[in-house]
Ligand binder design. Sequence first.
Ligand code: GRF
Length: 199
Amino acid sequence: MKLGILISGRGSNMSAIIEAVQKGEIPKAEVAVVVSDKTSAQGLEKANARGIETVVVTRKGRSRDEHDAEIINELKRRGVELVCLAGYMRLLSVDFVRAFPDKIINIHPSLLPAFPGLDAQAQAIAYGVKISGCTVHFVDEHLDHGAIILQKAVEVSDSDTAESLSAKILEHEHAAYVEALKRIVSGNYEIVGRKVNLL
Ligand code: GRF
């Protein structure tokens, strides 16, 4: 199964996915391309260093639909079947979601449905929760909303800041994303309404 990874920045989840695929930990998966909407994304160099093709598709003042259409085209012409959002900071258009039905996955640094949107770790600290974590989920037309594939919990200590909590959660994100991809690529799951059953 050909994967396409979308990034906007650092790319640590992207690196974890590429490394797992290259080590054969996600059988039958291949990373076909990494697409960034930002020329400055640090992840681009990391992907190139691992021999993965990269493409930059900047917004260039275009509408969301036009921008997304170009990205869809880059993915489709390389035969991408599963799209992995890994720190991709733009909302996808409805057309994008429909171009890959139930085949777009995202990771979010909170236990959804708590704290969707930006700065989820800072939101968790401000709210005072004692447990947070990360969520790997399918992407639907709403922000951080699609069916949940898996979650990992992390304890929040009294001394945690948004930065320290982000670091703690990130350690779990990499393993969670790889574990979720193993399940999804193997096809051993079913989606029943909002529920993903791992078989
Ligand atoms: C991660 O915290 C991820 O959960 C969120 O954006 C961050 C991306 O980090 N969606 P990286 O680019 O994968 O290092």
